[in-house]
Structures are given as structure tokens and as C-alpha cells.
Ligand binder design. Structure first.
Ligand code: FAD
Length: 292
């Protein structure tokens, strides 16, 4: 069968981890024709397939309190309407996975929807995509977004790895779900997550929200940037920056040294390396150090 170089679809989803797969399923429910492209194989590439994703599974009566708590923890970086929508969407759609995924049960026989097993989760999502009629194109990295005469995003172009041929897909809407930017972090499954979607979006003029919290790894930084407790205290950000992700416990406990990255330090390290040339790893940057 001849491979197609040029396609048209209603919705194009770029990235086939859990975000992309759920987005594609959501779009197909509206009656749209949906195409999903992945740089690797949708089902095994990306971090969902290697992780144990925990979902925000909150019963209706507890939701407002959960949103208030998370908004306070996030230091103003989270938005209540989006949080509510995430909780509601998860509550409504996650159970539909049960056709292809065996949820764990607790000692009382209640289904545990909160924590999932990544590899089986992605296998189930792939089955649901097939079932829903989503056209899934594996090994089709997207390289750029296409725009129409008025500058609106109208599709994407990329490369088909099997024969190194270019592809173009015109689309009424494009969803970027290509993961974060954690390559070289040694996070399992993150090698593919080179921030392509962020870059493609920026190239067409998107403003990136919460950039300081996006994981950035300079290609020259091979190890985690080491930040000690004094640095965090001196920054005045302790208790504000990622208050709910371990900083408080970490700050006074030497066992957690080097467990988290602080983006300001990583950026500073990247700038330093760029100035000195790529061979400078190992020197001190302010109070932060890259491990040799
Ligand atoms: C070990 C581990 C443990 C974790 N534990 C938890 C946890 O307990 N709780 C929790 O909530 N989260 C956890 N996470 C994080 C969570 O798993 C991720 O945030 C989530 O899975 C990300 O999903 P995603 O769809 O955005 O990205 P991914 O699953 O990474 O999918 C991105 C996809 O985009 C594709 N792609 C990239 N670039 C392109 C391109 N140019 N063109 C086409 N496709 C492209 C990639 O191949 C990949 O398949 C964990 C992660 C790991 C690795």
C-alpha cells in the first residue's frame, strides 16, 4: 500500500502519550475526523508508557476544597476553572478505560482510579484510539506548524521515518501534546521529549505560560544541577516555589539533596556553558553546581 505524503483531517494531534491520546478521543467524540502523529510508537514512546501516572481523582463533594488547596499550594500559578475542568473530565472519562484496562481494587473492593500502570495504560489508550477510528501514524515526527493565508495554524509538516519522506497534514485544529522537555534528564521514557511542541508553538508566536516551571535541560548539562538547602533558603522562594512537591521536606533533610531541579539555576548554568563553550561542565555557577 502506498504511503500518503499529504493528508487532510479535522483535528491533528501531535504526540501520542496520555495527553495526546485523550485529546484525540475527546475530539473524535464530537464527530471530528482525527489524525494523531507520534515521533515514536504511540503506546510505548514518551513518559506515560514508563510511568505510573497518578490522576487527580476527586469525588464531587471534595472538589472545591481540593481546588482551593491546590491553588494555595501553587502560589498563584494555577487557575481554578482549569482545575475544575480537569477533575470533572477525569471523573467522567477515566472509567471508560475499563474496557481495555484492569483497574486495581482496594481492600474493600473499591476500584482505584487514582494510580495507573503506565505501560498497560498506554496499551489500553492505543486500543481505544483504534476502536474510535483515530488515524494513528507512528514514527511521524512533526517538525513545524503550517499556517494559512491569515496566519492561523492550519496543520503541520514532518518527516516519515520509515522512508525519510516528508509529510504534510492540513487540519482544522492542531493539538500539541508532544510532552515536556526532559530529554537528557535520564527520566525513563523522556528521550523523545525534546520540547518540539513548545518550540513549534513559539515559532508561530505562542506565548508560553509558566515558562519558569518548564523543564529545560541544556544539552551540555549531563547531570542534575545540584542546589543545596542554603541556596533555596537564600532565594526566598522556599515554601512558594513548588510548595507541594517536596521542597519543604527536602530543604532540611540532607537525604533529598539533588532530588529536584530549580529552573533558575539550570538556566543560569546553561547561560554559563554557552558563554564558556560546551566544555565547561563541573564549575560553580553562583551557588549551583553541575556534578562532574
Ligand atoms: C518514572 C515516572 C514516574 C511518574 N510518576 C507520576 C505520578 O506518580 N503522577 C503523575 O501525575 N505523573 C507522573 N509522572 C509524569 C507523567 O507520567 C507525565 O506527566 C505524563 O505521562 C505526560 O504525558 P504526555 O502525554 O504529556 O507526554 P508523553 O507521555 O511523554 O507523550 C509525549 C509523546 O509525544 C511524542 N512526541 C514528541 N515530540 C514529537 C514530535 N515532534 N512529533 C510527534 N510526536 C512527538 C513522544 O514520542 C511521546 O510519545 C511520572 C513520569 C515518569 C517518567
Amino acid at each position: 500500500m502506498a504511503l500518503e505524503n499529504s493528508l487532510s483531517t479535522d483535528v491533528l494531534v501531535i504526540g501520542g502519550g496520555m495527553a495526546g491520546a485523550w485529546a484525540a478521543l475527546g475530539a473524535v467524540r464530537t464527530g471530528a475526523r482525527v489524525t494523531l502523529v507520534d515521533k515514536g510508537y504511540c503506546g510505548t514512546s514518551g513518559v506515560t508508557a514508563t510511568a505510573g501516572p497518578g490522576h487527580w481523582w476527586v469525588p464531587p463533594a471534595e472538589r472545591e476544597q481540593a481546588v482551593r488547596q491546590r491553588a494555595a499550594n501553587a502560589g498563584g500559578l494555577a487557575e481554578a476553572p482549569w482545575m475544575r475542568r480537569i477533575i470533572e473530565t477525569t471523573w467522567e472519562h477515566l472509567p471508560t478505560l475499563a474496557r481495555h484496562y484492569r483497574f486495581a481494587v482496594d481492600a474493600n473492593g473499591h476500584t482505584i482510579f487514582r494510580a495507573l500502570r503506565g505501560p498497560e495504560y498506554m496499551k489500553a489508550l492505543r486500543a481505544m484510539l483504534n476502536e474510535a477510528g483515530v488515524k494513528v501514524l507512528d514514527h511521524h515526527p512533526a517538525l513545524e506548524l503550517l499556517r494559512d493565508d491569515q496566519g492561523r495554524v492550519a496543520g503541520a509538516a514532518g518527516l516519515r521515518r520509515v522512508d525519510q519522506q516528508p509529510w504534510r497534514i492540513s487540519a482544522g485544529a492542531v493539538v500539541l501534546a508532544s510532552g515536556g522537555c526532559a530529554f537528557l534528564s535520564k527520566l525513563l521514557g523522556a528521550d523523545n521529549n525534546t520540547g518540539d511542541g513548545l518550540l513549534m508553538a513559539a515559532e508561530v508566536g505562542a506565548e508560553l505560560y509558566c515558562q519558569a516551571d518548564a523543564l529545560y535541560v541544556d544539552p551540555s548539562v549531563f547531570e542534575r544541577v545540584q542546589v543545596n538547602a542554603d541556596t533555596v533558603r537564600a532565594s526566598g522562594l522556599l515554601g512558594v516555589y513548588r510548595r507541594d512537591s517536596g521542597w519543604d521536606e527536602w530543604a532540611d533533610d540532607p537525604r533529598y539533596v539533588n532530588q529536584h531541579w530549580r529552573m533558575e539555576e539550570v538556566f543560569a548554568r546553561g547561560r554559563e556553558l554557552a558563554r564558556d563553550g560546551a566544555g565547561g561542565a563541573g564549575g560553580a555557577v553562583g551557588a549551583a553546581q553541575a556534578k562532574a
